[in-house]
Design a protein around this ligand. Structure first.
Ligand code: NAD
Ligand code: ZN
Length: 441
């Protein structure tokens, strides 16, 4: 048996095979080999009437790069608001409880743009942005047991350590260790970056930094998903779509027949509208300053539209008039403080619930009259739609696989990695919904 194993580990090609009569002892033997030699990414059998053949596929790239520094392309933001520059960066191997990922597809979310613009946000440069992505585990650091090279994964900007009070609570996804932190640009284990150019550190963003062919993440910020799921589609579940969907289904929880207002009809808001539609809301009112969004939003269940610019009174009053006193639920997906206040003040007294999703500027303050609360309105907020990334995201991917959730309609553009700045242009111009950035192009 050992000689067979040796011949496979030393195989010069990516695939090696053996012919034998009885497969079952080999099956368990190779599973054991795979556990100790993670570069064995696939083992399968070919059975014909007379011969049984075991084929072991060896991932040669993992074999040659694990434990080594990888040089690859990354889109580096050197300064606030300046186009990203494709640079050759060095990506250090993953340390304790970290994994190194090969990113295959990433997309742009408005949160990347805010921190890149750094107008009302903490600025930390040079930095590699990106947090909505899909990829494959290239190698794992010490102590990592539940991920191995070859696993298909979605990195998530807010993690799940699995051990803290939040991770153990059914109500929270605000992990003590790995919750979103937009100020930190280094890894938790040693306070250092894994990215560098000629020894100069390049900072991370929200523990994901997916605008790089390879990135390093804490194992708790990486969700393992069904390997059959197409990464060029499900990558958008790693932030925007799950966030919007969860904000409605897990937090606002509209009942069948209710009226829901969605502020902001970008990817997050449209996913929130989709959630309202899944929940059986009868009226879904889309609110946006960009009227180009309205036609598209019908595909996501929006039944009516309001452009605040068309009215000379606050939009919350317009909505109250349209709905006999206020909507049952509202979900704010703009990041604009005035929209946040309107989203709260437009819900019906007695039972209305508003959910804030948009990321505000650092100095924003939420101001409303306390009587709005006394009148029995509820204000909530959420990151990642209250989904626990590692525990819950795989089942959201399954919703797509089972055709309960359509993702294609969110994907309006695709660009090659070298053209990543075009994705920024589309978002700043309010064109399209999600733009997929292909790392191999
Ligand atoms: P997007 O730019 O694609 O969409 C935002 C939409 O809001 C645009 O259509 C814009 O015209 C509209 N808008 C802006 N100001 C408005 C106002 N005052 N009134 C009405 N509409 C207004 O952005 P996106 O990627 O869909 O993200 C939406 C927001 O959600 C951003 O603030 C983003 O940072 C945030 N976000 C939060 C989380 C979370 O976990 N909480 C996750 C992802 C994104
Ligand atoms: Zn935790």
């Amino acid at each position: 048996m050992n000689s067979m194993y040796m011949s496979l580990t030393n195989a010069p090609s990516k695939q090696a095979s053996l012919t034998c009569k009885n497969i079952s002892p080999l099956d368990s033997y190779f599973k054991r080999c795979q556990a100790s030699k993670p570069q064995f990414t696939r083992i399968f059998f070919q059975v014909s009437k007379r011969k049984k053949r075991i084929v072991c596929q060896v991932n040669m790239s993992a074999q040659s790069t694990a434990g080594q520094v990888i040089r690859c392309k990354a889109a580096v933001a050197w300064e606030a608001g300046k186009p990203l520059v494709i640079e050759e960066v060095e990506v250090a191997p993953p340390q304790e409880m970290e994994v190194r990922l090969k990113i295959l597809f990433t997309s742009l979310c408005h949160t990347d743009v805010y921190f890149w613009e750094a107008k009302g946000q903490t600025s930390l440069f040079p930095r590699i942005f990106g947090h909505e992505a899909g990829g494959i585990v290239e190698s794992v650091g010490e102590g990592v047991t539940h991920l191995k090279p070859g696993d298909h994964v979605l990195p998530v900007f807010t993690g799940e350590c699995g051990n803290c009070r939040h991770c153990k609570s059914k109500e929270s996804n605000m992990c003590d260790l790995l919750r979103i932190n937009t100020d930190r640009g280094v890894m938790l284990s040693d306070g250092k970056t894994r990215f560098s150019i000629n020894g100069k550190p390049i900072y991370h963003f929200v523990g994901t930094s997916t605008f790089s062919e390879y990135t390093v993440a804490h194992v708790g910020s990486v969700a393992k998903i069904n390997p059959a799921a197409p990464l060029d589609k499900v990558c958008i579940l790693s932030c925007g779509i799950s966030t919007g969907l969860g904000a409605t289904l897990n937090v606002a929880k509209p009942t069948k027949g209710s009226t829901v207002a969605i502020f902001g009809l970008g990817a997050v808001g449209l996913a929130a509208a989709e959630g309202a539609s899944i929940a059986g809301a009868s009226r879904i009112i889309g609110v946006d300053l960009n009227p180009n969004r309205f036609e598209e939003a019908k595909k996501f269940g929006c039944t009516e539209f309001v452009n605040p610019k068309d009215h000379n009174k606050p939009v919350q009053e317009v909505l109250a008039e349209m709905t006999n006193g206020g909507v049952d639920r509202s979900v704010e997906c703009t990041g604009n403080i005035n929209a946040m206040i309107s989203a709260f003040e437009c819900v019906h007294d007695g039972w209305g619930v508003a959910v804030l999703v948009g990321v505000p500027n650092r100095d924003d303050a939420f101001k409303t009259h306390p009587v709005n609360f006394l009148n029995e309105r509820t204000l909530k907020g959420t990151f990642f739609g209250n989904y626990k990334p590692r525990s819950d995201l795989p089942s959201v991917v399954e919703k797509y696989m089972n055709k309960e959730l359509e993702l294609e309609k969110f994907i309006t553009q695709q660009v090659a990695f070298r053209d990543i700045n075009k994705a920024f242009d589309y978002m700043l111009a309010g064109e399209g919904i999600r733009c997929i950035i292909r790392m191999d192009a």
